[in-house]
Design a protein around this ligand. Structure first.
Ligand SMILES: N[C@@H](CCC(=O)N[C@@H](CS)C(=O)NCC(=O)O)C(=O)O
Length: 263
């Protein structure tokens, strides 16, 4: 806001000089200065609009629908990373999660879901990416168009085939043919993930992003539930990021909620 005020003052001063030049018949300088003012005004207007939109967007209420024993734990970690205030609505499996009031928000009757003003976001990965974009100053997503954005989308999306493989393995049935399965072969998938995580602190650029959060959370879970072999790269990556203050805070909140439910 101080920046906008200073720019406004500068505009006023330049326009005074411009009118002075014109009255002294120094037309070329006067017109040049006036043109600069028009350009500066448009720019200021644009900046102002962006600032106002940004503030309004942040002020919209965030409502988080979850269960403390669900993928909602990942979304809560992300919420805690943003530092934005949010309200939690707890739902129960099979009852309130399938009630018409909640199906009006997520017709799947599943958690997590996020409501931001009138915007509804479901799917854990989408919620994390949406939240990252709400707080650009936290750099939880690489800038749009940057090379790191490619890696960001790539490793977030890689959690889908990993999940398909994990689910396929729990079924006990033989795995589908690799050409048909989105995850290819188990060896290819695990080796690819291992190579990405080996000696790597962050997956997209030099700072922690939602890609690290999602990969650390899912890989950590699958190792914990013994669905994924505990290769050192998997364990180290998950453990390192799951020690972040926001992750610990989120865990503490969900553990407390579980304790209150007597679970
Ligand atoms: N694709 C969804 C999956 C959501 C999901 O399956 N959530 C489970 C909890 S982890 C759930 O709500 N299950 C309740 C049910 O299906 O009745 C996501 O990534 O968020």
């Amino acid at each position: 806001m101080t920046g906008l005020f200073l720019r406004e003052m500068l505009k006023q001063t330049i326009s005074l000089i411009a009118w002075q030049c014109l009255s002294e018949k120094r037309f070329q300088t006067g017109i040049l200065l006036l043109t600069e003012i028009v350009i500066a005004s448009c720019y200021t207007e644009l900046c102002y609009e962006n600032v106002v939109n940004g503030i309004e967007e942040r002020q919209m209420k965030l409502t988080f629908y979850t269960h403390p024993m669900s993928r909602g734990r990942i979304a809560r970690w992300m919420l805690e990373e943003t530092g934005l205030p949010y309200e939690t609505v707890l739902l129960e499996y099979g009852t309130s999660m399938k009630a018409p009031e909640y199906r009006a928000i997520n017709p799947m009757g599943k958690v997590p879901a996020l409501k931001h003003g009138d915007v509804v976001v479901t799917e854990t990965a989408a919620i994390c990416m949406y939240l990252a974009d709400l707080v650009p100053e936290k750099k939880l997503a690489p800038p749009v168009g940057s090379p790191e954005r490619g890696a960001y989308y790539r490793w977030i999306s890689f959690m889908a085939p990993l999940e398909q493989l994990m689910i396929a393995k729990t079924s006990g049935a033989p795995l589908p043919k690799s050409e048909n399965a989105g995850f290819g072969t188990e060896a290819d998938l695990l080796d690819t993930l291992e190579a990405a995580l080996t000696d790597r602190e962050y997956l997209a650029g030099d700072t922690f992003t939602a890609a690290d959060l999602l990969v650390a959370a899912y890989v950590g879970w699958y190792v914990q539930f013994k669905l994924l072999e505990p290769r050192p790269a998997f364990v180290q990556f998950a453990e390192r990021h799951r020690k972040r203050p926001a992750a610990l805070r989120a865990d503490e909140i969900d553990e407390e909620l579980l304790a209150q439910q007597g679970k």
